[in-house]
Design a protein around this ligand. Structure first.
Ligand code: ZN
Length: 506
């Protein structure tokens, strides 16, 4: 008698080994993947069995780029979630929050996106003044690269953010960008117990969406909270700490990694975003300007060298071709350590030869297919900000896959939803962006596992792998171009059912 299973999922479609329909789980691991007539031998007295009724089961999704605390603060309502709202709804949601928070207390909303509104103007200071005449109020744009403040908020910001008068601090419109915005937001920090609560909220959100592992980009002082809560929320977390100087990298404590929590590396922002007009591009924006490079070559070079010396993987945010060029130049200069699997985040506007260069340098690409769904195609934000030609070559997933570059998909929290991202990648408006369903699923599962050097334990459904699984409502391969009705039915982490859609499996 061999080992018996604790749980058997049977009568499903196991991705991608479609000849198997059952999975036996013991403890937190997959004990066997087999046909239902074979798997019965692994059932013992205490074995629980779940009939999947012909539904597909995939490896749990790995979102390779999220901001877990921010997602959680929205989930628990501490920050007002403005995503998907119209301009009027945005102002109404903020008004409601100001009323309930108490006079004088900061209210921060985030996720507004004027590119989806009929009238494509940013939120204005005047509008926020009418919503909150007496309390400080700020509204962060969807990409996180700018915040609009009301009069009271602006007054508070003036004493917090040093560089007013610069192009990052525009008092007339109440707009703070990049560093100026982040400096302010850092000072409006919830207390540690709220942050811990936010982590639990974020885990629940992830479970609902079939996400079992994330790579989160996190500010230094929040990292200890992740370690305090290790494993408690049943979400596997890889941590990248945001840094801006070599000394910050050298100051990183030694962390103990396990299957729940791993300190993976450091995150560096080299430019801004397309939406805020701050991504560093060679050809000027139609509205003017070339965006912003946050660092000199020398500074980037020093950061990369410090990360390599410390043995930390580097995750470098570079969106515009001018930022990508700088990062590639500096990586080429560095005596590359390919075992660190250094990554570039976003990579939205590369030139074709830059894709080749990524391949040559052995870099990994962390890309967000939901950006295509959100902003690419006729009438969308990229066309407006960049023109049609540059939109058509944005986020060139097809080319990146064809070069054989390791790719992991993530959401950057806009919104967290692998199924939404997979849909966007499969149905992308341009052929240079479009990938197959298999490729998209692999990038949202195996991709992230490889980036975290965990390809031997997660990202696939195999004997000995962690039992992190997601059950969908129907087989996506039946009509791969029409994935609109795809839903997550159940999510398992380490063999534990952490989410079941209402009406399913109690
Ligand atoms: Zn991000």
């Amino acid at each position: 008698m061999g080992m018996k299973a604790d749980l058997i999922l049977t009568n499903g479609i196991v991705f991608p080994a479609r000849e198997a329909d059952s999975i036996a789980i013991r403890g937190d691991r997959i004990l066997a993947v087999a046909r239902s007539d074979e798997i019965g031998a692994l059932a013992g007295e205490g074995t629980e069995t779940i009939d999947l009724e012909g539904r597909p089961v995939l490896p749990g999704f790995i979102d390779a780029h999220v901001h877990l605390f921010d997602a959680g603060l929205r989930e628990i309502g501490w920050r007002v979630d403005l995503s998907g709202l119209s301009r009027d709804e945005t102002l109404a949601a903020l008004r409601e929050a100001v009323k309930s928070r108490g006079e004088g207390e900061w209210v921060i909303g985030e996720g507004w996106d004027e590119s989806r509104w009929g009238e494509r103007r940013y939120l204005t200071r005047g509008e926020l003044d009418r919503v909150a005449p007496d309390s400080p109020l700020g509204a962060v744009r969807m990409d996180g690269h700018m915040i609009v403040l009301n009069r009271v908020g602006l007054r508070a910001a003036s004493s917090i953010v040093p560089d007013h008068g610069s192009d990052l601090f525009d008092p007339e419109w109440g707009i703070l960008r990049e560093e100026a915005a982040w400096t302010l937001l850092e000072r409006i920090e919830p207390d540690p117990s709220t942050l811990a609560e936010a982590l639990s909220g974020a885990a629940r959100l992830c479970h609902r969406l079939g996400v079992t592992s994330v790579h989160t980009m996190t500010k230094a002082w929040r990292v200890p909270i992740l370690f305090e809560r290790r494993g408690r929320d049943l979400l596997r977390i890889g941590v990248y700490q945001t840094v801006g100087s070599p000394s910050e990298i050298e100051g990183i404590a030694g962390y103990e990694n396990d299957q729940w929590l791993r300190f993976l590396g450091v995150k560096v922002f080299t430019d801004g975003s397309i939406g805020a007009g701050t991504a560093a591009v060679t050809e000027a924006y139609p509205s003017g300007g070339n965006g912003i490079l946050n660092y000199t070559d020398e500074e980037i070079s020093n950061l990369l060298a410090a990360a390599a010396r410390a043995g930390h993987q580097a995750a470098i945010h570079a969106i515009g071709d001018r930022a990508i060029a700088q990062v590639l130049r500096m990586y080429a200069r560095l005596d590359a350590r390919s075992e660190l699997r250094n990554r570039i985040e976003h990579f939205e506007l590369p030139e074709e030869r830059q894709i080749e260069e990524v391949k040559r340098l052995g870099l990994h690409l962390s890309m967000q297919p939901n950006f295509i769904g959100n902003w690419s195609g006729p009438g969308k934000m990229y066309v407006e900000r960049l023109g049609r030609e540059r939109d058509a070559v944005s986020n060139p997933l097809r080319a990146v896959f064809d070069f054989g570059i390791p790719v992991a998909f993530g959401s950057d929290g806009m919104p967290i939803s692998p199924l939404y991202g997979i849909r966007a990648a499969v149905n992308a408006p341009y052929s240079t962006q479009r990938v197959s369903l298999d490729e998209a699923i692999a990038a949202y599962t195996e991709g992230g596992a490889r980036f975290g050097s965990e390809e031997g334990v997660k990202g696939r459904i195999e004997e000995g792998f962690l039992a992190d699984l997601v059950v969908l409502n129907e087989d996506p391969f039946l009509v791969p171009t029409d994935l609109n009705d795809m839903r997550v039915e159940m999510t398992f982490v380490g063999g534990k059912l952490v989410y079941a859609r209402e009406g399913r499996c109690g």
